[in-house]
Design a protein. Structure first.
Length: 275
């Protein structure tokens, strides 16, 4: 049985907390003794910046480097481009070169499988691989969907953020139907929640009553906090920046939810294998 879980953190809407979620889920899992690799699949390099690389464009080896090697069928060491974060997790950075790499994928055979092939080479070294997707449904995001076992969808409780979920789910359905039939949506994570406002409460209630009938909405809600923006400049997780704050507590609870979901999934897989 494959013991590494590959999770893509995705939403085509920007500014909903994808990168913040990737960082704090990844470090949270590492704090639980898990071996974690976070993959920055966004040419803006937001994950790389949040993990301490203030100028990712200056890096020689990134996700773009290894994907080009895969496309050209070149040998490369498995640790190529992977950096170690002081809080115990590994990450593969990205920079603007990834934009050109994504455009180039359009012209090659099996273009949807390039990231999957790379992850297939390194996944034996990890318990979890988290992919921080760009805010679009382009070729790199499709690659992430093909490589992933499941998706986590951060979503702000606002009209514009929730409006695009059906478009995302449509793309997931097409990938599941044509390329990756095992892809599942672990759930929607509500982020930047200000529970004091009627608007947020109404949208959350409506979301759970409609989409929540078919897709899990995680019990944990990530509160709106200025600490999130401040933390992104610190080069580390919320645990190192404000470990006793409400944001850290929320992400710690979310990490437990993800692990519990994974354990239930493994139990089902074991039962299916025995049968």
């Amino acid at each position: 049985m494959d013991n590494c879980r590959v999770i893509a953190i995705t939403n085509q809407k920007g500014g909903v907390g994808k990168t913040t979620t990737t960082v704090n889920l990844g470090i949270g899992l590492a704090r639980q003794g898990k071996k974690v690799l976070m993959v920055d699949a966004d040419p803006q390099g937001s994950l790389s910046i949040c993990l301490g690389q203030k100028n990712p464009d200056a890096l020689d080896d990134t996700l773009s480097t290894v994907l080009k090697a895969v496309v050209e069928d070149k040998h490369f060491p498995l640790e190529k481009g992977i950096l170690r974060h002081p809080e115990g997790a590994d990450f593969l950075p990205a920079n603007i070169e990834l934009s050109g790499t994504e455009t180039g994928l359009v012209n090659i055979m099996s273009r949807e499988y390039v990231l999957k092939e790379y992850i297939g080479r390194v996944k034996e070294n990890y318990d979890y691989i988290l992919i921080d997707c760009m805010p679009s449904l382009g070729m790199m995001t499709i690659n992430a969907f093909v490589a992933a076992d499941s998706l986590i969808v951060p979503c702000q409780p606002s009209f514009l953020s929730t409006k695009g979920l059906n478009l995302l789910f449509g793309s997931v359905a097409r990938v599941r139907r044509t390329i990756n039939p095992k892809l599942r949506i672990d759930g929607i994570l509500l982020t930047m929640v200000d529970s004091r406002t009627n608007n947020a409460r109404n949208i959350i209630s409506s979301l759970k009553a409609t989409i929540g009938q078919n897709v899990r909405v995680f019990d944990t809600e990530i509160p709106h906090s200025v600490r999130a923006a401040e933390c992104s400049l610190s080069g580390g997780s919320i645990y190192a920046f404000d470990g006793k704050g409400k944001l850290a507590q929320a992400y710690e609870q979310f990490t437990k939810e993800v692990q519990e979901l994974e354990e239930r999934s493994k139990d089902r897989s074991r039962n299916d294998w025995v049968r």
